[in-house]
Design a protein around this ligand. Structure first.
Ligand code: HEM
Length: 459
């Protein structure tokens, strides 16, 4: 049989699998096996990949067999298969994925640059008044507003935008809870699915959730769909209708929500980790800040400066590697049986890429505990950190995310000094990068630090 922990009869490794931060347990097991292992938990089979070259073999080269997603019953009731990151590998997924790709590939990103320059400038103006313990919320607002305008259009501002962002935030939270096996019995006992809706409160809940949100997403998308707004993702998709077989307005509206949901937490948490790294590693911070100041002078840095900021680009890569915000990626599923190293992997097996372990592979990233951006300036440099997933499911927002991160990092360094905070008795407070919350996301805990403007911030 393939390598991996065997656990108990029938239960398998179910009791060893934590409900939170499963990446840590996978990482522990990674030390015992050679890049991958399998296990089963209460009948569900898992294949866990812990080295990037194995991920390439299984998720890139065999992507036809390994690009499905687990079908959690509760998620199906709530989303009715309209949200492509959760959907099976099928025609609708392909249509929606194409919308995402065409609008967020490198060339298309030029359309969004003014937008993130504005959002970043606004962030700089707000930050001096923000309590550092509220930084995470502030960064989440920043990326929420940015994503909202990128998706629904520049003129989607105002009170509605704030209210809608808040509402999307809430409904994502409900979705996250429902996707967890512990919340809804049905996720653990899919056989209950045969009960009629009148006897299944969870199906009624799902129907309500779907109907309310379907209406809400259509309302948000309306200006773009009808041509009232001509900027942003929805408007651009509406213009692509003729070229995209069978795409419906509802699919455009749900794809927009899906992109919002997938992007809105990952980006600000990465920025929060960046601020922690700057506070923890003053020599990196000074070098990066020196580079930005020399290149940008007394005007805020822009994309024009990117090619002259190699160290900062390395800092961004190192942040993504040091604290990958999706440490166990998102699970894929095998859509048919396949062979790997002569072992048969069964249809329905969950396939995890434990990116945390890959980012801490000592053969690729020596001294992986340390924050060492200069590793990415070596000749030849190591591969970019594998934090955006693999194969046909690779993150379609990866270039967008990195542009937003680059610009925000450059501007934060240009505008502010970051330092460790001190207790009233003068003791220096050292934030802990191991202090996390979240569930599948690696979310930093708020931490105290001192932020002081070092530039006149333009209005
Ligand atoms: C630091 C930022 C980000 C990180 C680290 C990240 C990482 C990931 C990862 C690991 C996956 C799973 C890939 C797989 O299944 O193999 C993923 C999927 C996805 N990401 Fe991102 N992401 C980020 C930002 C964004 C942004 C800004 C957007 C939207 C504009 C986005 C949209 C998506 C979507 C739609 C999927 C699902 C793709 C599918 O199932 O076909 N992500 N991302």
């Amino acid at each position: 049989s393939p390598p991996g922990p065997r656990g108990l009869p029938f239960l398998g490794s179910a009791l060893d699998l934590p409900t939170k931060f499963v990446f840590r347990k996978f990482d522990e097991w990674s030390k015992l096996y050679d890049g991958w292992f399998t296990l089963s938990a209460a009948g569900q089979k898992f294949l866990v990949i812990t080295r990037a070259d194995v991920a390439v073999d299984i998720l890139d080269k065999m992507s036809v067999q390994t690009s499905d997603r687990p079908a959690l019953p509760m998620v199906r009731y709530m989303l009715r298969r309209m949200s492509f990151p959760f959907d099976n590998y099928n025609d609708r997924w392909r249509r929606c994925r194409r919308l995402a790709h065409e609008n967020f590939n490198i060339q298309a990103l030029d359309n969004y640059r003014t937008l993130y320059e504005h959002a970043t400038a606004k962030l700089l103006r707000r930050l001096p008044d923000v309590d550092p313990m509220q930084l995470r919320e502030e960064l989440t607002q920043f990326s929420g507003a940015l994503a909202y305008e990128a998706l629904y259009g520049r003129d989607a501002g105002g009170v509605n935008q704030r209210r809608n962002i808040h509402r999307v935030w809430k409904l994502l939270e409900v979705l996250g809870d429902a996707a967890s096996p512990a919340t809804f019995l049905i996720n653990l006992m899919p056989s209950l699915d045969i009960l009629p809706e009148s006897l299944s409160p969870w199906k009624q809940f799902g129907t309500r959730y779907f109907n309310e949100n379907d209406k809400f997403f259509m309302e948000m998308a309306q200006p773009g769909l009808t041509g009232q707004s001509d900027s942003g993702f929805v408007a651009s998709c509406a213009r692509m209708r003729d070229r995209t077989d069978g795409i419906s307005d509802a699919e455009i509206a749900w794809t927009s929500f899906s992109l919002y949901g997938a992007g809105v937490e990952t980006t600000p948490y990465t920025l929060h980790w960046f601020v922690m790294a700057m506070v923890l590693f003053p020599e990196v911070y000074q070098r990066a800040q020196g580079e930005v100041s020399t290149v940008a002078g007394n005007r805020p840095p822009t994309f024009e400066h990117r090619s002259k900021l190699p160290y900062l680009v390395a800092v961004m890569k190192e942040t993504l590697r040091w604290r990958p915000v999706l440490p166990a990626g998102l699970p894929h599923t095998a859509s048919e049986d396949f062979l790997y190293k002569q072992f048969r992997i069964r249809k329905g097996t969950y396939v995890f890429a434990n990116q945390w372990s890959m980012c801490r592979d000592p053969a690729v990233y020596p001294d992986f505990e340390l924050f060492k951006p200069e590793r990415f300036l070596a000749d030849p440099p190591p591969p970019d950190p594998p934090v955006f997933g693999f194969g046909r499911r690779i993150c379609p927002g990866r270039n967008f995310a990195q542009e937003v991160l680059f610009l925000a990092m450059a501007n934060l360094l240009w505008a502010f000094h970051f330092e460790k905070a001190t207790e009233p008795d003068g003791k220096v407070i050292i934030p802990s990068p191991d202090s996390i919350d979240g569930n599948i996301l690696l979310r930093p805990q708020p931490f105290p630090f001192v932020i002081t403007p070092r530039q006149e911030i333009p209005n």
